[in-house]
Design a protein around this ligand. Structure first.
Ligand SMILES: Nc1nc2c(c(=O)[nH]1)N[C@H]1C(S)=C(S)[C@@H](COP(=O)(O)O)O[C@H]1N2
Ligand SMILES: [Mo]
Length: 162
C-alpha cells in the first residue's frame, strides 16, 4: 500500500509546521504556514478520485480557494493588455518533487471557475505538519491532488506568440 496524503513521509517527519512559498510574477510573494492560510474564507469539498494503483478514493477536504490565496499575492497581470491573465500558469510542487500545472483561467471565475482548494484538513485531520494539499473536484484522476505542497509559482512568461 502506498502512503495516504496525510502520512506521506517527505514532509510529515520533519516535526515542524510546513511552509509554502508563493513566488513568480507576484507583487507580494510570500512564505506561509498552514496556520496563516486560515486567514482566507474556508470552503469544503467532498471529492472522489481514481488512480491506477490505488483505486477510487473518497475524501473530505477544507481550506481556502487557491484563487483567493493567489489573488491576494498580486499576480502581475498587465491591465493594458486585454485578458492578459489568460497567459498565466500556476506550477504546484510537493516537497517530494511531485508537481503539476494549472492555467490561471482554470480557477478564474470569468473562465472555468474550478473550485480548487488549498486544503488545510483532510477527513477532519489537520495538515499543519504535512503541508496543504491541492484539491481539484473537477479532476477524475488523483494525480494533481498534490499533498505536502511546499511551493507554488505563478508564471506569466509563457508567450510563444510574441
Ligand atoms: N506530493 C505528492 N502528492 C501526490 C502524489 C505524489 O506522489 N506526491 N501522488 C498523486 C497521485 S498519483 C494520487 S492518485 C493521489 C493519491 O495518491 P496516494 O493514494 O498515493 O496517496 O495523490 C496525488 N498527490
Ligand atoms: Mo495516481
Amino acid at each position: 500500500m502506498s502512503p495516504s496524503p496525510t502520512t506521506r513521509p517527505a514532509t510529515a517527519t520533519t516535526g515542524h509546521p510546513a511552509r509554502l512559498t508563493l513566488s513568480g510574477d507576484l507583487a507580494r510573494p510570500a512564505l506561509l504556514t498552514v496556520a496563516e492560510l486560515h486567514a482566507w474564507p474556508v470552503h469544503h469539498a467532498e471529492v472522489a478520485f481514481e488512480c491506477a494503483t490505488s483505486g477510487i478514493q473518497h475524501h473530505r477536504f477544507s481550506g481556502p480557494r487557491l484563487y483567493d490565496v493567489l489573488s491576494a499575492a498580486g499576480p502581475g497581470f498587465d491591465p493594458v493588455r486585454r485578458k492578459d491573465r489568460l497567459r498565466f500558469l500556476i506550477a504546484v510542487s510537493g516537497a517530494d518533487g511531485h508537481h503539476a500545472l494549472l492555467s490561471w483561467a482554470e480557477i478564474d471565475p470569468d473562465f472555468a471557475d474550478a473550485p480548487v482548494l488549498l486544503a488545510l484538513t483532510v477527513d477532519g485531520a489537520p495538515l499543519d505538519r504535512a503541508g496543504p494539499q491541492l484539491v481539484l473536484p473537477q479532476d477524475r484522476c488523483g494525480a494533481r491532488h498534490i499533498s505536502g505542497i511546499d511551493a507554488i509559482r505563478v508564471d506569466g512568461g509563457y508567450a510563444p506568440w510574441s
